[in-house]
Design a protein around this ligand. Structure first.
Ligand SMILES: N[C@@H](CCC(=O)N[C@@H](CS)C(=O)NCC(=O)O)C(=O)O
Length: 374
C-alpha cells in the first residue's frame, strides 16, 4: 500500500463489503469491529515520532492477511481445527533440546543468559527461566541421592581411591625367599613401581598383613593380596598390557603347570629342608640331599615337558609365567644348593637368557635392600 489514503480507502471498501454481506453472526460483527478500529487509528493520524519521510513500503495486504488468519484459526467455525493450529504454531516454540542446551551451557561455561541469543535464538529472560527450571528438575530427580551428606562408605571409598592414586603398592618381601623373587620379577615386567618393605624374621605385626605370616604380600590401595601366585595373577588382571599367560589353551596350561611345579612341588619341600637345617633337626648334608632330591625331581619333570623346545624362553620367545617361576628356582639351585645345571640343558639355556633381562636382574636377592652387604 503506497499511502495512508490508499489504506483508508481499502478499509472503507472492506467495511462496505462486510456490511453488504448477509452474515449477522458474531464472527461477522467482530471483523467489522476490527476494521472500524483500524480505520479509526489511521484517521486520527500518527502521534509524535520523527518527521515523516516517504519510504517505499511493500504492499503487504495486512488487512486481508488479518482476515485470513482470523478465518483460518480463530473464527467460531475456523477452517482448520485445533490440531492443525497446534502443529503449525506450537512447533515454532523453543524446543526442549534448546532449553536444556542453554541451561547446560550456562552451567558448564558459566555463560550469562544473554549469550544464548545468537546461537539458540533465545532471549535472556527465557534463557534464565530455562536455567532455573532445568536446575529445579535436576534437584527434584537426583537431589535425594547427590545432595545428601556423604555416608561412612562414601567417605571410605573416596579416601581409598585417593590413597591408591597417590600411593605405590607395597611389597612385603624378604630378600632371599624365592616367593618374593617371583613377585618382584612380575612387578618389574609389568613396570609397576612399588615400595619394598622388608619383613623381619618373626615380626609380630606382620601377622596383621598375612595371617599365615609368609612373605610375600602386596598392599595395593585397599587391596591386600598374599601368596605369590595369587599376587601374580592379580597383577596379570590389573595390567593386561603385559600378559604373562598366553592365549592358547595348551600353552597357557603348560605355563601354569611349570609355575605350579616350582611353587608347590619344589619350593615348599626345599624350604622345609632348609628350615630343618636352621632348627638343627637336620644335618647340612641331610638337608642338602633333600633339597637336591626335590629340585631334581621337579627339574626333570620340566625338562620332559619341554622336550624338543627350541625357543628362547620356556614357552616361547617372550617371557611368560613359567619363566617368572623358573628363574628364581634355578638361581637358588645354582647359588645356594650347588645344583649342576648341565643336567637340565633347557633350563640351563633359559637361565642364561633370564640373567640378561633387567627385570630379572633387578629382582635378584642380592640386589634387595635387606640383602646382607657382603
Ligand atoms: N605359598 C606361599 C608360600 C610362601 C613362603 O613359603 N614364603 C617363605 C619364603 S619363600 C616364607 O615366608 N617362609 C617363612 C619365613 O620366612 O618366615 C607363597 O607362594 O607365597
Amino acid at each position: 500500500m503506497e499511502s495512508d489514503e490508499e489504506e483508508k480507502q481499502m478499509f472503507v471498501e472492506l467495511m462496505q463489503e462486510e456490511m453488504a454481506a448477509a452474515a449477522q453472526d458474531d464472527e461477522h460483527m467482530m471483523i467489522l469491529g476490527c476494521l472500524a478500529s483500524m480505520y479509526a487509528g489511521l484517521a486520527t493520524g500518527r502521534r509524535g515520532g520523527s518527521a515523516r519521510v516517504r519510504r517505499k513500503c511493500k504492499p503487504r495486504q495486512r488487512m486481508e492477511g488479518y482476515c485470513m488468519l482470523y478465518a483460518d484459526y480463530f473464527a467460531d467455525n475456523p477452517l482448520h481445527g485445533e490440531s492443525v493450529f497446534r502443529h503449525r504454531f506450537e512447533q515454532k516454540a523453543i524446543s526442549a533440546n534448546c532449553k536444556c542446551t542453554v541451561a547446560m551451557r550456562m552451567l558448564a561455561y558459566g555463560a550469562p543468559g544473554d549469550t544464548a541469543d545468537d546461537y539458540l535464538r533465545m532471549a535472556e529472560s527465557t534463557a534464565l527461566d530455562c536455567f532455573y527450571r532445568f536446575c529445579r528438575a535436576v534437584i527434584a530427580v537426583f537431589g535425594d541421592y547427590y545432595l545428601r551428606s556423604p555416608t561412612v562408605e562414601d567417605t571410605e571409598r573416596i579416601l581409598a581411591t585417593n590413597e591408591a592414586r597417590v600411593t605405590k603398592p607395597v611389597l612385603y618381601s624378604k630378600w632371599l625367599g624365592s616367593c618374593s623373587y617371583w613377585v618382584r620379577i612380575a612387578l618389574n615386567i609389568e613396570g609397576v613401581e612399588y615400595e619394598y618393605r622388608a619383613v623381619a624374621w618373626n615380626d609380630p605385626d606382620y601377622e596383621k598383613i598375612n595371617p599365615i605370616k609368609y612373605v610375600p604380600a602386596l598392599q595395593d590401595g585397599d587391596i591386600l593380596v598374599s601368596d605369590s601366585l595369587a599376587i601374580i595373577l592379580y597383577l596379570e588382571d590389573k595390567y593386561p598390557q603385559h600378559p604373562l599367560l598366553p592365549q592358547g589353551l595348551k600353552r597357557k596350561a603348560l605355563n601354569l603347570q611349570i609355575a605350579n611345579i616350582v611353587c608347590s612341588s619344589i619350593q615348599p619341600l626345599q624350604c622345609y629342608a632348609a628350615v630343618g637345617l636352621v632348627n638343627g633337626k637336620l644335618g647340612s648334608d641331610e638337608s642338602l640331599q633333600i633339597v637336591h632330591h626335590y629340585i631334581d625331581k621337579g627339574f626333570n619333570a620340566i625338562e620332559k615337558l619341554l622336550e624338543g623346545c627350541d625357543t628362547k624362553f620356556a614357552t616361547g620367545d617372550e617371557v611368560q609365567l613359567a619363566d617368572v617361576f623358573l628363574a628364581p628356582q634355578i638361581h637358588a639351585g645354582v647359588t645356594r644348593f650347588q645344583i649342576d645345571m648341565s643336567n637340565y640343558p633347557h633350563l640351563e639355556r633359559f637361565y642364561k637368557a633370564y640373567m640378561e633381562i633387567p627385570a630379572f636382574q633387578v629382582a635378584c636377592p642380592e640386589n634387595q635392600p635387606d640383602a646382607p652387604s657382603s
